[in-house]
Design a protein. Structure first.
Lengths: 238, 340
């Protein structure tokens, strides 16, 4: 089975004057999170969708799903954790409690605030997770990356041709992910917030799926403006 | 849902735009293979009037496609079914006028977005199932085949019943497909093809004769004809047809011309000829096309010769490559394998 886990845990503290978490802001005719869920909803590779959001937003999220989505696929809303790893653990726990899992069970994790992902990205994530055990969605870096140990002086400038920017989805064989996460100490869990980084540190291969430049994360008010612009134009409301 | 659409914003310039398909009522398809049409190429190169470009762009190109059903809230199709989307959408009912001739109908990649999209959102009655085992590269240009099938259906409607011979003017893709479908439907009828390029005429091995327009055998006559030339060549093709056709024959006009074409009306009148126009196709023609392909296994073998090249598209730059390859192709279709 293949599960999609949509992470909607962010409280949106960076979203300008808005108090509403950014994943619940309207983009076009629907909230951002609904656009994101729909991408997994229509994909027949995905068997069930988990939405992990702040506890206080569970009822609201369920209402939105009921309002906007047709019948046809199970969408379950559960509480996320205090950290990204905690949210990941909640997703694994839910799946293992409710389904018979095996080594071919896949979890596709995705940020609720990336509504522009494409069919190909989802398909290639599922295929890569099955083949390699783990994958990350990336695009080649266009800006030069500068590293600084103290925040003042440049320590190094890595070769840009070898640099990529991480997006989501990140996808894994579920059992392997559970094993890797449980091998971490509490201290490691606090520092290692990226599941692909955890795999990499544990010397496990993480395949790179080609992302899209427009698969943006709506983090800042500027991003929302870009997202609105992408939706404008002829027939934008069709 | 946010859908990515790849629109021509100006000749030679393609950019992403986003739309919001209605997933409660539309069938969602994932394009598998698409095929470049001459009409798309005219927009891409800017070979349309400034007014037409201003009125129709930005717009996603391509109206020939085979696709996989991804999601269908109407329950008409199962996920994974292979279908061909009909690019024409009638906006009203009419018992007399076919859907492809109604001025109110909408046509993809002519004023409305074509199929260069992440998902195609479309009404279930605009889909035709593709027979199992069909070569999907051939199914990608089912729309073009249906245009020939539509013209042949009109020929059956308008022509008299003596059908001993037919002439096809035009040695390009439309001429090839029209001649091939006629061969399958009328095995006893003599099929003669008339063109200007010997290399292309050589492909018509299934015809009873394929002649250069300047070297037509003495005394050759035909009962009916199809003009599949278009452009500046239309005038000469129609003139030669009128010369060679028997009285009361029918002439199907299929070639698009940007300019008015002179026709020898004196001889049209004297011979009592029946000229009819034929353009695009409707859902019935698509269905008949699929039936013909399923019932005539030899046709796909010939149609395979039309696959001039397959371009895998993962980026916008790949779309440009597909159009660039198509420009230099003198025969056959450029097929796009959609991996975007």
């Amino acid at each position: 089975m293949v599960f999609a886990a949509v992470f909607a845990g962010g409280i949106g503290s960076r979203m300008g004057n808005s108090d509403t978490p950014k994943q619940y802001l309207e983009l076009g005719t629907k909230p951002v999170i609904i656009h994101t869920i729909e991408k997994f909803f229509v994909n027949d590779k995905i068997d069930e969708i988990l939405v992990l959001c702040p506890k206080a937003w569970i009822a609201h999220t369920q209402d939105l799903i009921k309002k906007h989505l047709p019948e046809g696929k199970k969408v379950t809303v559960i509480a996320g954790g205090a950290s990204r790893n905690g949210t990941l653990e909640n997703a694994i726990e839910y799946i293992e409690k409710n389904y018979e899992t095996d080594e071919n069970t896949v979890i596709v994790t995705h940020d609720a605030v990336r509504p522009f992902l494409t069919h190909r990205i989802i398909e290639e994530n599922v295929a890569a997770a099955l083949e390699y055990g783990a994958c990350d969605t990336v695009i080649p870096a266009t800006d030069t990356i500068v590293e600084s140990a103290d925040g003042k002086i440049i320590s190094s400038i890595p070769d840009r041709t070898k640099m990529y920017q991480g997006q989501t989805p990140q996808s894994f064989r579920l059992k392997e992910l559970a094993r890797v996460l449980s091998s971490l100490t509490e201290e490691e869990k606090a520092i290692l917030t990226d599941a692909c980084k955890i795999f990499s540190i544990k010397n496990k291969d993480v395949f790179m799926v080609e992302g899209e430049v427009f698969n943006i994360k709506i983090t800042y008010p500027y991003d929302l403006k870009v997202a609105h612009t992408l939706l404008k134009g002829k027939d934008s409301d069709d | 849902m946010i859908n990515s659409v790849y629109r021509l914003i100006a000749p030679g310039m393609i950019d992403i735009a986003c739309t919001q398909p209605d997933i409660k009522n539309s069938v969602l398809l994932r394009p598998l293979y698409l095929s470049v049409c001459k009409a798309d190429q005219r927009y891409y190169l800017g070979n349309r009037s400034r007014e037409a470009l201003k009125a129709k762009l930005p717009m996603a190109l391509i109206h020939e496609c085979v696709a996989k059903v991804v999601f269908d809230p109407t329950g008409s199709f199962k996920p994974g079914e292979i279908v061909v989307p009909v690019p024409n959408t009638p906006m009203d009912e009419d018992d007399i006028i076919a859907e492809n001739y109604r001025p109110t109908s909408r046509f993809c990649s002519s004023g409305y977005d074509g199929f260069l999209r992440d998902y195609i959102d479309i009404a279930p009655d605009r889909l035709v199932r593709v027979p199992e085992g069909t070569d999907l590269r051939i199914a990608s240009f089912a729309e073009l085949i249906s245009v020939s099938v539509h013209a042949i259906s009109r020929f059956e409607k308008f022509s008299h019943k003596r059908k001993e011979s037919v002439g096809i003017w035009g040695d390009g893709n439309v001429g090839f497909i029209t001649a091939l479908i006629l061969r399958a439907l009328y095995p006893e009828m003599k099929i003669y093809v008339f063109g200007t390029v010997y290399d292309k005429l050589a492909y018509f091995s299934f015809a009873d004769g394929a002649y250069h327009v300047d070297h037509v055998p003495e005394g050759l006559k035909i009962d009916h004809a199809f003009e599949c030339v278009g452009g500046e060549g239309s005038r000469f093709a129609i003139a030669q047809i009128i010369d060679l056709i028997n009285p009361e024959g029918s002439i199907g006009l299929m070639g698009v011309s940007e300019r008015f074409v002179d026709i020898n009306t004196r001889m049209v009148l004297e011979k009592g000829l029946n000229l009819f126009g034929s353009s695009r196709s409707g859902v019935e023609d698509f269905q008949r096309t699929m039936d013909i392909l399923a019932e005539n296994p030899k046709i796909p073998a010939y149609l395979e010769n039309l696959i001039g090249g397959v371009v895998e598209v993962r980026t916008i730059s790949d779309i440009h490559s597909a159009f660039a390859q198509d420009i230099s192709r003198h025969f056959g279709k450029t097929v796009i394998k959609w991996e975007k």
